[in-house]
Design a protein around this ligand. Structure first.
Ligand SMILES: Nc1ncnc2c1ncn2[C@@H]1O[C@H](COP(=O)(O)OP(=O)(O)O)[C@@H](O)[C@H]1O
Ligand SMILES: [Mg+2]
Length: 111
């Protein structure tokens, strides 16, 4: 089987020191894989992605348990700007797309 690139291992995420949103969440992404995260509104999909890309801090959220590894290195204590340089970034939801471009062209134009 191909190499595990991203390993989210048993993480816990808390907002504002008290609001427990993720508990015991694990997922792996192997080289060449496309992984979809499905769940009801409020289930914690965005929180999971923000934990991976280091964006929780701006919302007073924190990974308080478990570990996130990329290519074997811990990234859950790294700053977002370090993580983005490793090649992990988030394309935010919302209306920040160009209607007349294809999905691929839109992705290529994200900052
Ligand atoms: N900045 C935040 N502060 C406090 N609670 C939050 C914050 N962001 C999200 N939550 C809560 O975390 C839970 C998961 O939200 P979210 O990750 O946005 O879910 P999804 O993306 O699956 O809809 C929800 O109960 C939401 O209210
Ligand atoms: Mg969401």
């Amino acid at each position: 089987m191909s190499q595990v690139m991203l390993n989210v291992n048993n993480i816990e995420v808390i907002y504002d020191d008290v609001i427990l949103v993720l508990k015991g969440l694990s997922l792996q992404v192997r080289e060449g894989q496309v992984v979809a995260l499905l769940g009801a509104n409020g289930a914690g999909k965005t929180t999971t992605l923000k934990a991976i890309s280091g964006l929780l801090k701006v919302e007073d959220g924190e990974v308080t348990g478990g570990a996130i590894e990329f290519m074997g290195d811990r990234i859950d204590k790294k700053e977002a700007e370090e993580i983005v340089r490793l090649g992990i970034f988030q394309v935010m939801e919302g209306r920040c797309v160009f209607e007349n471009l294809t999905a691929y062209e839109n992705l290529m134009r994200q900052p």
